[in-house]
Design a protein around this ligand. Structure first.
Ligand code: NAD
Length: 364
């Protein structure tokens, strides 16, 4: 029996609503598989905590998270707390302190009815974006000079270290090699004449060690176009922090929206806990209504199980999501259904049990 210790940070808005459904899935797995158990420790950090304590997480928060096997996060950010504070003092702090330098975001169409793209099916939209997650344009480097004066100047510096650039590109080459897929680098060397010229050079340099991997290189503007017009061009994609953030929202748009987009923040060396979260935010416009789509958060659980080396459970959760997407009436309103968050979560657990028995992962 292996016990995985999970830190829960449900966060703000719909975060707690969707994390509750992800925990249901983990508990279902625990009840179906005698070889796995989980412990859950919840931390009530986020914007409410900030309004009471003047900080987004406890002072020793990073230390308290350090020993966990994984962090499962809902979403952070809420009106009343500036977004740059909520993001930097919790989410980005955890990513940086725990060196979660790989952000894995699958762009996979799970049901043809979910894409707004005419004539595109599951076959044409199935790729993986590997986003640099520790530096680049989100390094937090810069300055704000002459604030409020006519000569005011702000600087936001993109930081691309050799170590940081090489390791993410190498990770992507390894993934492409392992899965026998092509690798596309997305950059902007024509306009960003230092950082992206360097990125392109490193992509070529590292590529010499991977002659078996077929590569492509696109400018981010052309890549944005292809995401919509020819998503079948992509298999594994590697890109910088900012470009990855933006491109994966296009990815979400072509695969069913924010309610279905997931992301894993990985420290591949496993020196620190990795973090699993839906890509969406706290959705203040629908929070408290019980209609948030929990599927992205549940897909994060699939990524977590893969990371724990329990790939069969990861695949079973994904197969379950595919099944539920065929039942329109069981879905939340963003996907055209009428179910509540909890009803959808409960139905997913039911299907998971059936699916697990079918695949021989666990008895019915
Ligand atoms: N990872 C994070 O924690 C994260 C990511 C993005 C935004 N944010 C924060 O969240 C807050 C709101 O940001 P936003 O409105 O730009 O983005 P958002 O993702 O919260 O919402 C965008 C739109 O998508 C819808 N949506 C999002 N998730 C959904 C779900 N699970 N089910 C159904 N509909 C869903 C929302 O209702 C909204 O219309 C801000 O404070 C922002 O900083 C946090």
């Amino acid at each position: 029996m292996k016990t995985f210790n999970i830190a829960l940070i449900p966060g703000d808005g719909i975060g707690p609503e969707v994390v509750a459904e992800g925990v249901k899935i983990l508990k279902a797995i625990e009840s179906l598989d005698s070889e796995i158990s989980f412990t859950f420790t919840e931390f009530s950090w986020g914007c409410e905590y900030y309004l009471e304590n003047g900080r987004m997480m406890a002072e020793d928060g990073i230390e308290r998270l350090r020993a966990f096997d994984a962090i499962y996060l809902g979403a952070v950010g809420y009106p009343g707390v500036p977004d740059h504070i909520s993001l930097w003092d919790l989410l980005l702090r955890i990513r940086k302190e725990f060196d979660q330098y790989v952000n894995i975001r699958p762009i996979t169409l799970l049901n043809p009815s979910l894409t707004p793209l005419k004539d595109k099916t599951e076959k044409e939209i199935d790729f993986l974006v590997i986003r640099e997650n520790s530096e680049g344009e989100y390094a937090g480097a810069g300055d704000w000079l002459f604030k409020g004066k006519p000569e005011e100047v702000v600087l936001q510096t993109g930081v691309f270290s050799r170590k940081g650039t090489e390791r993410i590109i190498r990770y992507a080459y390894e993934e492409a090699r392992k899965s026998k897929r092509t690798l596309t680098s997305i950059s902007k060397g024509n306009a960003l004449n230092y950082s992206m010229v360097f990125w392109d050079e490193v992509f070529e340099e590292v590529g010499k060690e991977y002659p078996d991997v077929q590569t492509y290189s696109y400018l981010v503007d052309a890549a944005s176009l292809y995401f919509v017009t020819e998503p079948e061009r992509f298999e594994v994609v590697v890109t910088s922090n900012l470009f990855g953030d933006i491109l994966t929202d296009i990815g979400a748009a072509i695969t069913g929206g924010m309610g279905l987009a997931t992301g894993a923040n990985i420290n591949p060396e496993r020196n620190f806990p990795s973090m699993f979260e839906p890509v969406h935010g706290s959705a203040p416009d629908i929070s408290g209504k019980g209609i948030a789509n929990p599927i992205a958060a549940i897909w994060s659980v699939s990524q977590m199980m893969d990371f724990f080396g329990k790939e069969q459970w990861g695949a079973t959760i994904l197969a379950t999501i595919k099944e539920i997407l065929k039942e329109k009436e069981s879905l939340t309103p963003d996907l055209g259904g009428t179910a509540t968050t909890q009803e959808l979560g409960d139905r997913i657990v039911e299907i998971l049990c059936i699916q697990a028995a079918k695949e021989g992962v666990a008895p019915l």
